[in-house]
Design a protein around this ligand. Structure first.
Ligand code: AMP
Ligand code: MN
Ligand code: MN
Length: 339
């Protein structure tokens, strides 16, 4: 296990960030658009901790908080707009491999004098003035946990629940390859601080809308298998979202079904964000999720399209036609799989 205790670079970064935060008063906290449990959990865990230190904070995410996370404490403090009149001395960016991942307000955030980058993506571009990047951490909230320990902030039940949520969701409920001893050690401690794992799991995995389940049915029906049964591709169209009255947040986790098929090494979910009016030959805007069984580095595939992520879970955005995206992915997959 590599932590700030064994990696001098992480230790220096932590000390510098702690020193800087002591002298900061107005802090903007932001995480990536279309947030997951780690992006939301990071905002809340750090926001509540900075309250204890009497810092003025704004918690920002471009997208609405997915409904399944509404049970989290202080979730109502997350705003979707940054008031240009607000003056900040520091911004802390969580769970973003590059600054653009925060979305439309990137130009406002870039003007904040000091930017702190806290993340666990291997493809992190090291943006900002201070970087606390631990690619061995299972979630950004694991890094926040270590930072809070070093800051001697008392982790209360609300903070613990946010840390736990980030870890639970980013490890795929303790199933992904980033699940290790330290994950269980932290979660054991969080449970001792009052986190109720059953209650958290029920909120996150058992409060889906009927629309989401119908949408899942449509996406599952789209599965196509190629590359000698090693590649699975699923498609989600804007029309499916409209028909089931669902939002992009309802797609979280779908790609794992494509990955769960026996023998699959690369799983892909192509999501149409803006409709091309049912004209498949016309380019549209797509977001692509990639997953691998660990034998293939899908972050490299994502990077070749300008995206990023981890070797086993990555993504990119692209403006193209569906058939073009599919054939490009199949070509790259054939290369990776040696076909
Ligand atoms: P997702 O498939 O959206 O769950 O994302 C999987 C991983 O890929 C996450 O670690 C994301 O940070 C990363 N990722 C997804 N989309 C993009 C993108 N457009 N650019 C950079 N990284 C991305
Ligand atoms: Mn994330
Ligand atoms: Mn994360």
């Amino acid at each position: 296990m590599i932590t700030e205790k064994t990696d001098p670079k992480l230790k220096i970064a932590m000390n510098q960030i702690i020193h800087h935060l002591k002298n900061s008063n107005r802090i903007l906290l932001a995480s990536h658009a279309n947030p997951d449990g780690d992006a939301i959990g990071s905002l809340i865990a750090m926001g509540l901790s900075l309250d204890v230190l009497n810092k003025k904070t704004t918690l920002y995410n471009e997208s609405p908080v997915p409904a399944v996370y509404n049970f989290l404490p202080a979730v109502e403090r997350i705003v979707q707009h940054i008031d240009r009149k607000n003056v900040y001395d520091t911004a802390i960016i969580f769970d973003c491999s590059d600054l653009q991942r925060i979305g439309k307000d990137v130009s406002i955030v870039s003007r904040i004098p000091v930017i702190i980058n806290i993340d666990h993506h291997a493809t992190n571009t090291h943006f900002g003035d201070f970087q606390l990047i631990d690619t061995f951490a299972c979630a950004t909230t694991e890094i926040i946990y270590r930072l809070l320990k070093k800051m001697a902030v008392r982790i209360n039940k609300a903070i613990a629940t946010s840390i736990y949520t980030g870890i639970l969701t980013d490890t795929g409920s303790f199933r992904f390859s980033n699940t290790n001893r330290s994950v269980f050690a932290i979660c054991e401690e969080m449970s001792g601080l009052g986190v109720d794992p059953h209650s958290v799991a029920r909120h996150i995995y058992e409060t889906y809308s009927l629309g989401r389940i119908k949408l899942l049915g449509m996406v599952l029906s789209s599965i196509e298998i190629s590359c000698n049964n090693k590649l699975s591709i699923m498609i989600l169209t804007k029309k499916m979202l409209d028909e089931t009255n669902t939002q992009p947040e309802d797609i979280n986790g779908f790609v794992n079904y494509a990955k769960g098929i026996e023998g699959i090494k690369i799983a892909v979910l192509i999501k149409e964000l803006a409709s091309n009016n049912e004209e498949p030959e016309k380019p549209g805007r797509f977001n692509v999720s990639l997953r691998s069984d660990e034998t293939v580095d899908v972050a490299a595939i994502a990077a070749s399209f300008g995206g990023g992520g981890h070797s086993v879970a990555a993504g990119f955005s692209i403006e193209s036609t569906l058939s073009d995206i599919k054939s490009k992915i199949i070509n790259l997959a054939e290369n990776c799989l040696g076909i």
